[in-house]
Design a protein around this ligand. Sequence first.
Ligand code: FAD
Ligand code: S2G
Ligand code: ZN
Length: 477
Amino acid sequence: MMQSAQTDALRSTLRALVGEAHVLTSGDLTAYEQDWRKRERGRALAVVRPGSTDEVAAVVRACAQAGVSLVPQGGNTGMVVGSIPDATGTQVLLSLQRLNRIRAIDPANLTVTVEAGCILQTLQEACEKEGFLFPLSLAAEGSCTLGGNLATNAGGTQVVRYGNTRELCLGLEVVTAQGEVWNGLTGLRKDNTGYDLRHLYIGSEGTLGVITAATLRMVPLPAAQLTAFAAVPSLEAAVQLLGLAHRHLHAGLTGFEVMGDFALGLVRKHFAQQNVPFGGLSPYCVVLENSDHESESHARAQFERLLEAALEQGCVLDAVVAQTQAQARALWHIRESIPLAQAQEGLNIKHDISIAVSRIPAFVAEVDALLAQHFPGVRLVNYGHLGDGNLHYNVQAPEGADAEAFLRDQEGPINALVYAVVDRFHGSISAEHGIGSLKRDKLAHHKSPVAMGAMRAIKRALDPHNLLNPGRVLAKE
Ligand code: FAD
Ligand code: S2G
Ligand code: ZN
């Protein structure tokens, strides 16, 4: 444990490196020390906000020298308690917020080079201004950062067409645990020269290196992006509609999200100003997007053919197609408001799981029944990225129950029940949010000893003194 003199010495070194104003040690640090879900609160030895890659490297070297561990942080919207310091007051919180420039857009190479602290929405808007789409979209895009998206290999609502953040990354700049800078910012689509280090850092949640910049793919803006919102009679029907959408729209299918009626009910309850279609008509609704490179009329005709076929086959009860961009945005806003409505309803138990799409209806039927049997009264907020087989199968406390006590007492047993069924269905216990500290102790139950051994060997090789986000993803050895 560091003595206060050593702590003071490190703090003044850090101030000398990044400037007095960018080393925070007092005042309200809640934004840096509390996770988005308000589950946990840590305490930082200091919050440090470097403004350049060299400053990041110097901060890492100073902390390594002092034997002080670091927690990298972007927008602090992570869902698995991986981006805040622990409660010991001995860790430096390294905020990438100030390292947020868009370094270059290369239209001919269809790439953009951006610093880690750039907010996702800022990058989307900058690419759109140049006539391009940066195809990563999630409800946290107004505050999450590209560094966090890469570190968690974020998914979101366009994965069905463009893949996770990993698929969008061509090159990285990383500060290693030794405080060296690896510049791998090639915009190359093909480069088979040794191990692909980029893929080690993507999804490593700040435990192997600090991502300071990335070269990412972008695509030409489509001529039309049409949105439809459909009421479907069951999850089986939603899966059937997904199959039809793939056949009718092919690469044009750029979003396919399912929403349970209770989830939509929370949006109606907490955001009454939003006009949620088909209130209560059906157990599930779907919002889907068709991106067309020909014209809006072509996109509309395709959508009409798809919805006609779906109505004929009975997998859609009713549907609306947005007539304007504003209407499209309003329909997507309903979907993106579900996690916020859940937060308003109170602390809840989250499951970010993925299963083969074909098996999702059977999975949900089995878990719904088991939860009703063993935890009567719990309320199921079931929604998510059906196009990728990724459900947010969340469990809210029974009406009127103490949400904090529910989370504290029931999260273990409910997780155990849900994850046992995920295993039986050969699924994943973390489709897109990562492991953090929240699921760290579950990882070894769901990965083979060979996989765990290889992950530990990589951690030991790249961060031998366990300075980077210790206790996240892997337990401290
Ligand atoms: P942070 O929360 O700051 O950090 C997340 C992790 O990355 C931590 O382990 C941190 O140490 C590490 N990290 C951050 N920056 C760096 C860096 N530069 N170098 C190395 N490590 C770093 N996620 C999805 O995948 N799909 C969704 O649809 C989705 N929807 C969401 C909706 C809401 C309302 C909210 C609140 C969150 C949602 N998330 C979703 C989760 C979260 O937004 C993502 O995980 C996002 O990628 C985190 O980005 P961030 O900048 O906030 O990272
Ligand atoms: C989303 C948010 C997390 C949750 O909105 O897609 O990733 O389960 C989720 O609330
Ligand atoms: Zn999600």
